[in-house]
Design a protein around this ligand. Structure first.
Ligand code: DGL
Length: 273
């Protein structure tokens, strides 16, 4: 494929469900000329309580499909999948750039040297992998990292529970522990969590920086496309396609909340019945 054709190709973005739409939306905003294909593996959501082996298997299959559809880049818009499968996916598909959602955030936080007490919340698999803890400590000498698994949050959000008393109560109970209470910044280590930023802000007030990966990752996508000469500078109008592995009508509704506009979701079966 010529470089110009390659640049006009879509970006492949995927998550366990629709949380990665928070990243897709930030990419659409920053890079309005780029097309993308989004895949939410709703059949296997939540990834947070699956084994690393199972997640690797899902991610390799999804990546293969996105590449077969002509994608020029892969964005693993899921922290759990980034923690479990980034190495395998980037090794298997080394012909194209693969972006995860963890490294750009660690780099962003590391640049802000004044922050030493860093909190991270995410799924059991992300927190249990220790990836944030290790990477942050490698980059920031004095970092005190407190990572807390918050397994109820992604399914709660996916079910549409946010911006209400129930979500606030669940969040307060997770955050109201001495170690995670006293931080300078809190990393939203799950792509579902930008939807509960308000509740987290209500809990911490303005003294704590809330690190939301969606814009940081979108900027990283821009930088990597530019570095590889893959930015779509042509006249072709951008197109967006959205797929899920298991479709229920309520997704259409929830999708609107994640993407902040109505989109058409189609089912794409990657696994047998
Ligand atoms: N959105 C996924 C993440 O960023 C988590 C949801 C899940 O457990 O599947 O980790």
């Amino acid at each position: 494929m010529s470089k110009a054709n390659m640049a006009a190709a879509p970006i492949g973005i995927f998550d366990s469900g629709i949380g990665g739409l928070t990243v897709a939306r930030a990419i659409k905003k920053l890079l309005p000329h780029e097309s993308f294909i989004y895949f939410g593996d709703t059949e296997h959501m939540p990834y947070g309580d699956k084994s690393a082996e199972a997640i690797k298997h899902f991610c390799l299959k999804i990546s293969e499909m996105l590449i077969a559809k002509g994608c020029k880049m892969l964005v693993i818009a899921c922290n759990t999948a980034s923690a479990a499968a980034f190495k395998e996916v980037s090794k298997e598909f080394s012909d194209i750039p693969v972006v995860n959602v963890i490294d750009p955030v660690v780099t962003y936080v590391a640049k802000n040297k004044s922050q030493h007490k860093i909190g991270v919340i995410g799924t059991k698999r992300t927190i249990g992998s220790n990836v944030y803890q290790k990477k942050l400590k490698q980059k920031i000498k004095n970092a005190q990292v407190t990572a807390v698994a918050t397994p109820l949050l992604a399914p709660m959000i996916e079910e549409g529970f946010f911006n209400n008393k129930i979500s606030q109560a669940v969040i307060n109970s997770y955050l109201d522990k001495p170690r995670i209470k006293d931080v300078d910044s809190i990393i939203l280590g799950c792509t579902h969590y930008p939807l509960i930023k308000e509740e987290i802000r209500n809990y911490y007030g303005t003294r704590v920086e809330i690190v939301d990966s969606s814009q940081i990752v979108a900027k990283n996508v821009y930088d990597i496309l530019a570095k590889h000469g893959l930015l779509n500078l042509g006249k072709k109008k951008s197109e967006y396609h959205f797929y899920v592995s298991d479709f229920t009508p309520s997704f259409q509704q929830t999708t609107k909340l994640f993407f902040k506009e109505k989109i058409k979701l189609e089912q794409l079966k990657l696994w047998g019945e």
